[in-house]
Design a protein around this ligand. Sequence first.
Ligand code: PEP
Ligand code: MN
Length: 339
Amino acid sequence: MIVILKHDHNPDQLDSLVAWLQEKGIAIHTSIGEANTILGLVGDTSKLDIDLIAALDIVEDVKRVQEPYKNANRKFHPEDTVIQVGNTQIGGGNLTIMAGPCSVESEEQVVAIAKAVKASGATMLRGGAFKPRTSPYAFQGLGAEGLEFLKAAREETGLPIVTELMDVTQLPLFRDVDIIQIGARNMQNFDLLKAVGHQDKPVMIKRGMSATYEEWLMSAEYVMAGGNEKVILCERGIRTFESYTRNTLDLSAIPVLRKLTHLPIIVDPSHATGKYWLVEPLAMGAVATGADGLQIEVHNDPAHALCDGPQSLKPEAFDPLARKLLALHAAVRSMEGQA
Ligand code: PEP
Ligand code: MN
């Protein structure tokens, strides 16, 4: 349920309304926007008398929210969420470019790639230390040592680091990363979602391979229900009957999520296609469709990469792409009259 307050609402009356709702076990999420202040009510609102609340002096309108996701719902929070990470912001009209190798392979490798992608305009370094691999015989990542190499690359470049958490037991090691990634395979690992909901680092949730928008938003809701509102969604392609590409990039996700939620939306054209030459057209498509950012795999030697070489761009191919993406983003923004 959402309660829209009148502009000139009396703060004392608001305090008594909030206290009354809290006594009934309802959690309240307040969103102060330019147009209105909205109270988002989470909990069992079925017994609340909607007419009674609507009749209060300070209340403009009351609406039931049918969707099962509440904190993630745009009805609860009409303005876009903007997440501050280091010196950059995700959402709010910025284009975030996360780039780096699928797996951290050595300190030299990740530092060299970090320097290259930063020079091209990337705003974050993305690299995997703990890797969810389909085969138990494939390289599983460098683990804790890989996290140290990512931190060394951050030290050298200033780029915030984004890396995947696979298991709750690894969480203490992630205290010093900037964004925790939850991979597609773990999108419905509810214990993991609860754990990252109880800490305060931003969390990027990749879409499960066969997840609907609602299931994906419910995963965001798990994190937000724990008190962590810094959630980012990442579309990375879904499983369809098409086998030419690794997955099928669902560009509809961007405008649909923009309508359903206030959370920032990142697109990963690398895992979506599995082919380096498809990364550019789909990354451009994502920016044209309104994505808040991209996650792109970049490797200095894709032919010898320990993971996902075929979809990785060399730094010399990433460079013109990053520039095109920034130019396209500026053009899209100016067409929207927001630049
Ligand atoms: C990754 O980002 O490295 C990854 C494994 O992606 P996904 O979870 O989307 O498959
Ligand atoms: Mn990868």
